[in-house]
Design a protein around this ligand. Structure first.
Ligand SMILES: [Zn+2]
Length: 205
């Protein structure tokens, strides 16, 4: 069946539909909204999106989003505590922890959690730099801010295991973290309480 919109417009809707939380109706509304923009604004959006893969790169230190191959804004901030590293699953979770206003260390992004059913095994996690920093003595404490579900638990045990030989203190957000919770959706106040009440990794069984 032929689409009811012109091909290019239909393609835009199809693309928008792939975004999280966007259904067909919302995608159509967005497409109409973009269509009404002046040409310059539309081209600007197109340019930003087209340049995204080259310009927005991974920070070589922590795998957070960065510009043009440089370090991210957090790793470049000399006022942050380099001896304290918060390990998270995805870069998108940083903002949530930052909003809690409680953490002044740096981050390390694993790029997922151990989820064998989805083909994410321990060895595919980004752990090399973290391990290197821990061995070199730069890092004194690693705070695991991983989801409170089975996969997050398995990942926490794995990370604690590989860091054990380095002698680095490994803690985990604890107080007030609801069971099964994903760090992405925990509110700032709960995160702040969990950060201040973090516990040793020995307590997580
Ligand atoms: Zn960084």
């Amino acid at each position: 069946m032929a689409g009811k919109y012109p091909e290019n417009f239909e393609q835009l809707i199809d693309m928008l539909k792939t975004l999280p939380g966007v259904g067909k109706r919302s995608a159509e509304r967005m497409a109409f909204s973009i269509y009404k923009w002046d040409a310059e604004k539309t081209r600007k959006l197109g340019k930003i999106i087209a340049e995204l893969p080259e310009r927005v790169t991974k920070c070589p230190e922590c795998a957070n989003l960065a510009m043009d191959g440089n370090k991210c804004s957090i790793c470049l901030d000399s006022k942050r505590d380099t001896s304290l590293v918060c390990v998270i699953e995805e870069a998108s979770q940083i903002q949530n922890i930052e909003n809690s206003g409680f953490f002044r260390g740096r981050y390390h992004i694993l790029g997922g959690k151990i989820t064998p059913l989805k083909g994410q095994e321990a060895h595919s996690l980004n752990t090399e730099i973290l391990l290197k920093k821990a061995k070199e003595g730069e890092v004194k404490e690693v705070v695991l801010a991983l989801s409170y579900d089975m996969e997050g638990q398995a990942t926490a045990i794995y990370i604690a295991g590989i860091l054990r030989e380095t002698g680095v203190k490994v803690t985990r957000l604890a107080q007030g973290m609801p069971a099964g919770s994903d760090i992405s959706y925990v509110d700032s106040a709960t995160l702040a309480a969990a950060m201040s009440g973090r516990t040793g990794i020995g307590n997580i069984d």
